[in-house]
Design a binder for this molecule. Structure first.
Ligand code: MG
Length: 410
């Protein structure tokens, strides 16, 4: 039933996209199947596989989200089987057309499309014998900076002894965690700053009183003093502050020369963010809750932030994120992509980062997952705080499916 509905929508509403291009151009491969595999990482990493009749398999990754498997198997698979996997741009629009009114612009539908789009680029690169960055126009950097998401408090609270949980949220614990990351070679480290202080009053109001603000300032002070000029420091506020509290907090931490303050306000109101940016003297970053280029349009056009954090397995994929970067470049905004994924999502993001000038660094959120690197055959991808952009065709990595199966979510 779903198959008929999806195909009919694509065929009737967007007939232009249903015209298959000439198959005599030397790229006759056809898509034969789409499937998903969920790895039980620190998030459910959803690997998307696109099979072709040439024996080439493309891999992608969709943002962790319930329902992605169903969208891919019930809606996107019937639309894509039989299509040429190297027609990535056309198939992206075909997928969006097939989900029109049901997630083509935001949400699970766009997440599913993102995972498939990345897998299509991987398959296309393998079929055309080119790395993805080359298909995007070539790389302008050999390696990309990777920053460490440290999560000192939360990660340590789980392992803390009874009665010691409060200590893990003290400034000294953050300073120690920062030093460990810097000693591992990271040049940019990030911490959550919306963490418990022990005197939570009414957090739902998003108003924090002066002692709470002081607790956050002391964390920033301890971390930046420990790190010195060895690395930059960013902080994440996870949308938990109202404008007056965000302004007081930003003013309190202005002296510490942070790389950026991430998500100080709830994500829906771009004008509020722009006003905050006007009133405080810290760089602002947002974007992990946004989907395609249209979602980013106001953030860019209104110059509401300094840094944008698109998430490639969520925005619509590799090409959509490059388009967001290109729009942002016209306003001198810089990309620091969000990434909580497996090596597949991370390398996909690196290919975008390699090909646009306004890319600074991408997030690495899996330092506590000891087998993250084992998912890929060969040397470690991340060396210190950088990652080489793979030169092999497609994404340029090969998953070790034995390790994937070992950690597959049942
Ligand atoms: Mg964040």
């Amino acid at each position: 039933m779903y198959e008929d509905f999806a195909s009919k929508l694509a065929a009737t509403m967007w007939a232009d996209f249903d015209d298959k291009p000439d198959r005599t151009d030397g790229h006759p491969a056809e898509i034969t199947d789409l499937s998903t595999t969920v790895i039980d990482g620190n998030f459910p990493w959803t690997i998307v596989t696109v099979e072709t009749d040439e024996g080439v398999t493309g891999i992608g990754e969709a943002y962790p989200s319930p329902g992605v498997h169903e969208v891919i198997s019930d809606y996107l698979r019937p639309v894509l089987v039989g299509e040429n996997p190297t027609d990535v741009e056309r198939l992206y629009n075909l997928m969006r057309a097939s989900l029109s009114g049901r997630g083509s612009q935001q949400g699970i539908g766009t997440i599913a499309i993102s995972g498939v789009e990345i897998a299509l680029w991987d398959a296309a690169g393998k079929l055309l014998h080119q790395p993805i960055y080359q298909l995007l126009g070539g790389k302008m950097r050999e390696e990309v900076m990777v920053y460490a998401d440290c999560h000192a408090g939360e990660a340590m609270v789980e392992s803390a002894e009874e009665g010691q949980q409060e200590e893990t949220y003290q400034p000294e614990a953050y300073a120690r965690a920062a030093r460990m990351a810097v000693d591992d070679g990271f040049d940019l480290v990030k911490f959550d700053l919306d963490v418990p202080s022990g005197r939570e009053l009414n957090r739902k109001s998003r108003h924090f009183d002066p002692p709470e603000i002081e607790h956050k300032r002391r964390i920033v002070e301890a971390v930046t003093e420990e790190v010195g000029t060895d690395a930059e420091v960013g902080v994440d506020l996870h949308w938990n502050f109202n404008p007056e509290t965000a302004e007081r907090l930003c003013r309190a931490i202005e002296p510490y020369d942070l790389a950026y303050v991430e998500d100080p306000l709830p994500p829906e109101n771009v004008d509020a963010l722009r006003e905050l940016k006007r009133r405080v003297d810290v760089p602002l970053l947002t974007g992990e809750n946004c989907y395609g280029r249209h979602d980013f349009r106001d953030l860019i056009g209104k110059q509401a932030v300094d840094f944008l954090a698109p998430d490639v397995p969520k925005t619509g994929g590799i090409a959509e994120t490059k388009k967001i970067a290109d729009m942002a470049e016209a306003y001198y905004q810089t990309l620091v992509p969000h990434n909580i994924g497996s090596p597949v999502a991370t390398v996909a993001t690196a290919h975008v980062g390699a090909t646009v000038p306004n890319f600074y660094g991408l997030e690495y959120h899996a330092r506590e997952v000891g087998w993250w690197e084992d998912l890929v055959v060969g040397d470690d991808l991340i060396q210190g705080g950088t990652m080489a952009v793979p030169d092999e065709p497609g994404l340029g990595i090969e998953l070790d499916w034995n390790v994937v199966r070992e950690h597959e979510k049942s």
